[in-house]
Design a protein around this ligand. Sequence first.
Ligand code: PLP
Length: 351
Amino acid sequence: MGHSNPYLIRAIKKQANKVWHVSNAFIIPEGEMLAKRLTQKTFADYVIFQNSGTEATEAAIKVARKYFYSIGKINKNRILCIKNSFHGRTIAAIFASGSKKMTEGFGPKVPGFDHIEFRKFKPRFPNIRSKIKKNTAAIMVETIMGEGGIKSIPDKCLKYLRKICNEKKILLILDEVQCGIGRSGDFFAFEKSKVKPDIVPIAKGIGGGFPLGAVLMTKKVAKSMSPGSHGSTFGGNPLAMTVGNAVLDQIFNKGFLKNVKKISKYFYMELNKLKKDYPNIIKEIRGKGLLIGIQLHFDQTEFIRSLEKNNLLTIRAAENVIRILPPLNVKKKEIDLAIKIIKKVCTDYKY
Ligand SMILES: *Cc1c(COP(=O)(O)O)cnc(C)c1O
């Protein structure tokens, strides 16, 4: 929602004067309201509030395992993930990523995770059937791989995953921590595919900069999470709930998501012009909505530093990709400025 958003500031100040913290043994109206809004607008029936994305993905794994435990399939606990994906930095989440970079030095390996490859240029999941074992409980993927280089899983592939999950009677977890809450131009990045996941962890965007994560789920799987099976001291606290509601106030505003789509279209158009002008630097423009990747032909470290020197903050992703995630309410003139800076760095770049 951008730096120093007046609407969010007003909301959090008002709540800070009222109450900051309440034990999660008690229901608070701000939390009830946020839970209602998140479930009424989505596939989900229940939500658990957390403080971060990694806690949300861990809770998603717990829910999947507890579901099969509750129906007497106590050994059905393995999670099938995409190799070199990103689900957070806690000890289980790093082993879910299947990435050497993330796990090196942090052994012993946490068991219970298997991995499949996702090939972007022939979008599909080769040999996925053979990777689903008797004890596989769920498939967990990011709808758009962020850290992995801004790679969207095409709707066709999402549908295929849903079909396989139905066939094998296992659960589909879609990690929308980075790509969810309007970032893709839809509330969830999987929305257009019409696929209905069982469990969806969210975070980043819903907090508007304040620590807030959540896991959304259907009633079927939520039933297994009996009182006491999960909890969090700060998760769902009044400040976080207030911010979450204030973020949704803006996102659910009429025309807000339409504008994300519209302005991102403009951004892609301008970026693709740069790609045409600098074909030796820019290899590909990737992304969906305002989750944007510029893939270079070479290591992006220097380039990112030059952008920063020119006052444009970006972040790296795998495969030589520069990630740009502007606020969802970014203005055209700010995009024009960003394009000007990227163009300047391209022009000055020695390679
Ligand atoms: C950022 C991210 C996480 C982890 O979130 P944190 O709030 O940093 O713990 C998990 N999954 C995805 C897809 C992410 O992008």
